[in-house]
Design a protein around this ligand. Structure first.
Ligand code: DAK
Length: 256
């Protein structure tokens, strides 16, 4: 199903696949594209049949960042009055796991979009970077915070202050991407299919619990995990999962 030209949305079973589609601008994240993307993701997040989401670009570019031509025209007053960060917060609030499938450039907001996702599968020619400093600004969609948590302060500082790009292999060595694959798109969808087969409530609880590690101190995070674990123990799916193990068969999870 095509939701709009700038974001192509399709389903592969329980996996929703959103493909960024502004090739003439290297998938620069225009307001229109961001609004469509959020709309598609929120629809899937509200749909029990969608268990995992893949956000992909094309072979040569995932996304070249926010639309510099539009940003050039944006005044300080407009930036203050209509913060685009609302759209990014809505993406980050998605409870369904999201996987970024990245080939080519993931720069600026493109890199931040990949970082909002829960996992990243990259092609051998993926390149990541936060080049905002070369434009006289800094990352504004969480890049300084998420990147620092993922790769550490020194490395993040270098990338944010120089705008240097890192290759897929360097990103892999930094723990920034989960895997680098020749068949990057297929590998991302396959990974999403594995998540989609797991018990849906437990998957969402697992996502929340891991996210809490970034957002809370250890003792509070462990207490929160304990609560989420107890919720998982209240599900029918965990009875099914455990019974299936004992009976040596595949579980049939129903999201209850
Ligand atoms: N914006 C607008 N147009 C872009 C663009 C971009 N980010 N990137 C490329 N294009 C356009 C080019 O202007 C060119 O258009 P025409 O000249 O044909 O009209 C066309 O795409 C092809 O670009 P190139 O000729 O440059 O293509 P190449 O393949 O040679 O190079 C490239 C690809 C991706 C390496 C290069 O285009 C590039 O360096 N692009 C800019 C990358 C960049 O600096 N990105 C950071 C942008 S700042 C916030 C949220 C997010 C952000 C900020 C705040 N809040 C929530 C508050 C994010 C900020 C950013 O991302």
């Amino acid at each position: 199903m095509t939701v709009s030209e700038v974001v192509l949305a399709e389903r592969d079973g329980a996996v929703g696949i959103a493909r960024l589609n502004r090739p003439e601008a290297r998938n620069a994240l225009s307001a229109d594209l961001m609004e469509r993307l959020v709309e598609v993701i929120e629809d899937w997040d509200a749909d029990d049949d969608v268990r995992c989401i893949v956000i992909a670009g094309g072979d040569d570019y995932f996304a070249a960042g926010a639309d510099i031509k539009a940003m050039r025209e944006r005044s300080f007053q407009e930036t203050m009055a209509n913060p685009t960060s609302v759209l990014w917060s809505r993406l980050a609030a998605c409870r369904t796991p999201m996987i970024a499938a990245v080939s080519g450039f993931a720069l600026g907001g493109g890199c931040e979009l990949a970082l909002i996702c829960d996992m990243i599968v990259a092609s051998e020619k993926a390149e990541f970077g936060q080049p905002e400093i070369t434009l006289g600004i800094i990352p504004g969609a969480g890049g300084t915070q998420r990147l620092t948590r993922v790769i550490g302060k020194q490395r993040a500082m270098e990338l944010v202050l120089t705008g240097r790009r890192v290759s897929a292999q360097e990103a892999l060595a930094m723990g920034f991407v989960n895997r680098v694959e020749k068949q990057w798109f297929e590998a991302a969808v396959e990974l999403a299919q594995v998540v989609a087969r797991r018990a849906p409530i437990a998957v969402r609880l697992g996502k929340q619990a891991v996210q809490a590690a970034d957002e809370t101190a250890l003792a509070a995070g462990i207490a929160y995990e304990r609560r989420l674990y107890e919720l998982a123990m209240a599900t029918e799916d965990r009875l099914e999962g455990m019974a299936a193990f004992i009976e040596k068969r595949r579980p049939e999870f129903r999201g209850r």
